[in-house]
Design a protein around this ligand. Structure first.
Ligand SMILES: [Ca+2]
Ligand SMILES: [Ca+2]
Length: 973
């Protein structure tokens, strides 16, 4: 059976391998479908483009849909060749040239979008609009049920601030068409006063392109109006209908993609504007192309939309682990409700009663659905199953006789996992650490007297087969049984961080941290972990003295991140050989400082969060203020990302040139890291979406969603995505799990449920951008060879030998169902990017790079810093967490310094306070600034502050775009 199947694949692979690449067929003209609506024309679907991004084209004043493909316009041809699905809307239902006003056209667009989304089965679209079509789109975007499905809008020569020509026409006294009437300057000013605030809150980016030369090509209207307009405006460039500045939009939600030197009616020509639109969309799409969503809504559906029995209350993929060829995910439930209820229990506050936007908490916190779940993904069948659900057996309400009347879950989250090889049997088991509900409920009346009843201890479970789960024994009076007896100020509410490390005699030991709900705790150890009870012991000092957050193995020792509120001088890194006894308490191990806080930072990171070995160094990411350091084998260390600062080992500047948070004050944790396919990946927790519903919502909403970065050398970092991989309510990358089948991303979404993504590029053996028969052929032709390393990607089952079984597994992971060639293909990105700022009038930035030989041109992108002074006016009032308000100027004057230092105000808010105090700059999205066939580009209009970031993409002769180079800063040059 297996041989037959593989034989067929082999034959097929050889045929494909030997054949010449198929030529791309020419596209047919878009056709309207009476079924969907006579005014929507659908373009051909490009080869392999069944799931490609969709672009909706909207014509301008006096236009029709055919304007986009009637010669000489090559817009549709270029969009098809670049692989997009396309739809072209006629704003007039009867197909005549349209001169209607904004409201009727916006109504047409709203109806059309529904049809387009259904026809393509697409989650969202890009919109490209010419002239007044852009204003019509902005009108449709006033409706959230429209803007929700739009990823970005490109306007070309759109009279966003009206058109001088409309005012002239009105001044003649002649009756105006509704379209022209709408474009009068005072009318558009009124429209802007409505549309701008809505656009700011919607958070959908606009990209504007202007037309600047009324004379090219000659046009009966613009050759007459252009010179007059130029004279009246003192030479401001115009397209014969409007001046360039009138086509731009507010910098709060738009990016300017420059001018094309043609007149108004020629500006929508494909070869003039499509290359920059394509480059911009490709870079916006880069993350979601590389990372496929395979589960969403807290396991309420898989990546193809098939229903799963999870729900949105699975907020957190709090632990992930690869075990026996499958991925396991432990969830945390109803996270923001738990935080509010915990806060109430700890402080007596009533934060639980305050509704949180997009979050459903039960009216009574004792009814919260908290039973944590364990899910399993089988890559070869691409299927998910729930393999465990915590029992609902902890009493939290009692009647007068003391009989329980209400119960909650035994485990409200599974926060850490590890694979451990048992010393007696040699079998591998998966261990998983739970969190109890004690932080919510142990202050309830039934738990006031420990002699009567103690809240149950947090549990640890283990499994050999992935479906049968066993609890580690916890007999009261033993070490493991008494984890609910609080012996230190830092509580024991659950397990967080796990690792395995053999001792000098080769005896395997499982280490775990026992922590409070925040994750601060101490290290315990066992060489027979499933025995529980007294087979475990604490091996680190008291968490009150050495508060440990995360542990990791580095050079056969255990490195631990250390810190807490009040811990002197900020976060630290300690290590232990897990053998030498502590002089003060020989029952514990000696922990030695590696990196210690220096106390010189205004605001100090409470602790460090993540650790990952890469290229022989240990990378460590911190809590706020977020910085990334790397520790060398001799325990010296570099600052990679963060504010230049004095440290206990001298003054350090960030080697990457990137400031704290990768230049975003909202990156509150460098949360997770993984080494995968030659790169180090880093995902963040971005707290900006906590501003939803506050006055700062619209100002910062372009920041919402976690950030994801990668580097191949530890110093030069590429931005994969800054907006949560397509969902801006994805607040953090809690786990990155590198596996033989790819890199899994566990994304927290505390609003609508966690999401899981998979990057499979390690299986693209010939690096052409698709997993297909060519890659299978490479595996088949290496059969019976030993794997070159333990992580040889061809040895997919990791049995040490490349066999037909590996090829068969490869065949389950193809980009397209039949393992045939896809349309997508790789272009190598440029290398060696540098940006040099030259202070002068005007300032200039010279950008240089080396190009791949296949590139025909390059697109340069820039991300501009925005100063908080410019974003937040001094008189703006900001509500405090306690309900009172304060002005920006008060904050700037230091009114909140003491409450923040004392920890009275939540850390998120104090991060904002600090940002205001320091006038932090906030980085905006990358936008296209120019194209060239040279290996250099001179940016003649950089922000004067000079601290922009740049990256470059390469485009080959067939219009394919590479992934971006690492982003480089001009700072410090
Ligand atoms: Ca391939
Ligand atoms: Ca194998």
């Amino acid at each position: 059976m297996r041989r037959t199947k593989i034989g067929l694949i082999l034959v097929f692979a050889c045929v494909i391998f030997a054949s010449a690449p198929a030529s791309v067929p020419a596209q047919n003209a878009p056709v309207a479908s009476l079924f969907w609506a006579p005014n929507i024309f659908f373009g051909d679907i490009p080869p392999g483009g069944e799931r490609a991004p969709v672009i909706v084209f909207v014509h301008g004043i006096n236009g029709i849909a055919q304007d986009w493909w009637a010669p000489p316009n090559d817009m549709y041809a270029l969009a098809f060749a670049a692989g997009y699905r396309t739809a072209f809307v006629n704003l007039s239902a009867n197909g005549t040239r349209n001169n209607d006003g904004i409201i009727p056209n916006a109504t047409v667009l709203r109806k059309a979008l529904v049809s387009i989304l259904i026809k393509f089965n697409a989650p969202s679209v890009y919109i490209v609009a010419h002239s007044k079509g852009g204003v019509d789109v902005e009108g449709a975007m006033l409706d959230q049920s429209f803007s929700f499905y739009v990823k970005a809008v490109f306007t070309i020569a759109t009279p966003n601030f009206g058109a001088e020509v409309a005012d002239w026409a009105a001044s003649t006294g002649a009756p105006l068409s509704p379209a022209l009437e709408a474009l009068r300057i005072d009318r558009m000013a009124a429209f802007r006063s409505i549309a701008d605030p809505v656009a700011v809150v919607a958070g959908v980016p606009y990209y504007t392109i202007s037309a600047s030369n009324y004379a090219v090509p000659p046009h009966p209207l613009t050759t007459i109006t252009g010179p007059i307009l130029s004279q009246l405006t003192g030479g401001v460039p115009n397209d014969g209908v409007l001046t360039v500045p009138r086509s731009r939009l507010s910098a709060f939600y738009s990016f300017d993609l420059g001018d094309v030197p043609v007149s108004h009616f020629a500006a929508a020509t494909g070869n003039l504007v499509f290359p920059r639109i394509n480059a911009q969309i490709r870079t916006l799409e880069a993350g979601t192309v590389a990372f496929k969503k395979i589960a969403t809504g807290g396991f309420s559906s898989d990546g193809d939309g098939n229903a799963l029995p999870g729900d949105r209350q699975n907020s957190f993929p709090w632990s992930t682990q690869w075990f026996k060829g499958k991925l396991y995910v432990g969830t945390g439930r109803a996270f923001l409700c738990v935080v509010a209820a915990t806060n109430d229990a700890a402080t007596g506050s009533h934060t639980y009663a305050t509704p949180i936007p997009n979050v459903e908490c039960t009216p009574d916190p004792k009814d919260l659905p908290l039973a944590a779940e364990i899910w399993r993904y089988t890559p070869e069948t691409r299927s998910w199953e729930r393999v465990y659900q915590s029992p609902q057996d902890v009493p939290i309400e009692f009647d007068a006789a003391g009989t329980p009347t209400k119960f909650t879950a035994r485990d409200i989250a599974f926060r850490g996992m590890a694979v451990f090889t048992e010393n007696d049997t040699g079998v591998e088991r998966l261990y998983i650490g739970g969190i109890s509900a004690s932080s919510l409920y142990d202050t309830l009346p039934g738990y006031q007297d420990p002699a009567v009843r103690r809240f149950p201890a947090p549990r640890m479970l283990w499994t050999e087969d992935g479906t049968t789960w066993n609890a580690v024994p916890q007999t009261p009076g033993t070490f493991f049984g008494d984890l609910n007896v609080q012996t230190e100020k830092v509580n024991k509410r659950g397990f967080r961080s796990f690792l395995t490390l053999p001792d000098a005699n080769g005896v395997n030991r499982l280490f775990a941290t026992v922590s409070d709900l925040r994750g601060v705790g101490r290290v315990i150890e066992s060489s027979n972990p499933s025995a529980g009870d007294n087979a475990w012991r604490q091996v680190s000092p008291s968490a009150d003295d050495l508060p440990i957050f995360t542990i990791a193995t580095y050079r056969d020792q255990i490195y631990a991140t250390v810190g807490d509120d009040g811990f002197p001088n900020g976060y630290a890194i300690y290590k232990t050989d897990a053998a030498t006894p502590d002089a003060a308490d020989p029952s514990r191990y000696q922990f030695m400082p590696v990196v210690v806080g220096d106390g010189s930072q205004l605001m100090r990171a409470r602790t460090a969060i993540s650790m990952q070995e890469f290229h022989g160094d240990l990378y460590v990411g911190s809590d706020r203020p977020t910085e990334l350091i790397r520790i060398h084998p001799d325990d010296t260390w570099d600052l990679i990302v963060g504010a230049a600062r004095m440290t206990s080992s001298g003054f350090k500047v960030p080697l990457s040139g990137l400031n704290k948070g990768f230049n975003s004050m909202f990156n509150g944790h460098f949360y997770s890291m993984a080494a995968y396919n030659g790169d180090l990946y880093l995902g963040t927790w971005d707290w900006s979406q906590d501003l939803i519903g506050t006055p700062l919502d619209g100002i910062f909403n372009y920041q919402y969603g976690f950030d994801l970065f990668k580097t191949d050398d530890g110093v030069h970092w590429s931005v994969i995505d800054r907006r949560g991989l397509g969902d801006r309510l994805n607040s953090s990358v809690r786990n990155l799990e590198a596996t033989p089948f790819g890199l899994f991303v566990g994304a927290t979404n505390p609003y609508f449920g966690l999401q899981i993504f998979l990057n499979s590029t390690v299986l693209d053996l010939n690096r052409d951008g698709v997993i297909d028969n060519d890659d299978i052929y490479i595996v088949v032709s290496s059969q019976n060879q030993p794997a070159e390393s333990p992580s040889d990607p061809r040895d997919l089952d990791r049995d040490g030998v490349i066999t037909l079984h590996d090829a068969e597994l490869f065949a389950t992971q193809c980009t397209h169902p039949d393992c045939s060639h896809g349309a997508a293909s790789n272009v190598d990105p440029p290398t060696g990017l540098e940006a040099v700022f030259q202070n002068g009038t005007p300032p200039l930035v010279g950008v240089t790079w080396n190009g791949p030989s296949t590139a025909s041109r390059y697109h340069v992108f820039r991300s501009d810093p925005t100063s908080l002074v410019d974003l937040l006016p001094p008189t703006m009032t900001i509500p405090l967490p306690n309900g009172s308000t304060i002005t920006v100027q008060d904050i700037r004057n230091g009114a909140l310094d003491i409450p923040c230092q004392a920890g009275i105000i939540p850390a998120d808010f104090c991060a904002l306070v600090q940002a205001v105090r320091e006038n932090t700059t906030s980085t905006r999205g990358f936008h296209w600034i120019g194209s060239t066939s040279n290996l250099y580009f001179l940016d003649t209009s950089p922000p004067a502050s000079g601290d922009s970031l740049y990256y470059v993409v390469a485009e080959d002769a067939s219009g394919r775009i590479s992934e971006p180079t690492p982003a480089v800063s001009t700072v410090g040059r």
